[in-house]
Write a protein that binds this ligand. Structure first.
Ligand SMILES: [Zn+2]
Length: 88
């Protein structure tokens, strides 16, 4: 069976509602395998309630984002560290 997923750039709009910076340019470290890489390289599954982003190496869930009309749930427990580039 072929997996259907998008790349991490699919998170740009939903995360932009929460953060003032472009988090797809950020680097994250997976709690499952320790892989460090760009958020844009995550595998994003949209056929779930909200968005589920998985590590491209081990499949660990890195991030879950669910949006209702007046709330956002952001689960980052699969992210050991998120490094966000900031303007000087
Ligand atoms: Zn991993």
């Amino acid at each position: 069976m072929t997996e259907h997923y998008l790349d991490g750039n699919a998170l740009a709009g939903p995360l932009r509602e929460i953060f003032t910076v472009d988090t797809t340019a950020a680097t994250c470290r997976c709690v499952g395998c320790g892989l460090t890489g760009p958020v844009a390289a995550l595998r994003v599954y949209s056929r779930a309630p909200g968005l589920v982003a998985r590590c491209q190496s081990c499949g660990q869930v890195i991030l879950r984002l669910v949006r209702s009309p007046d709330k956002v749930w952001l689960d980052l427990r699969g992210t050991a560290c998120l490094q966000i580039p900031m303007p000087r």
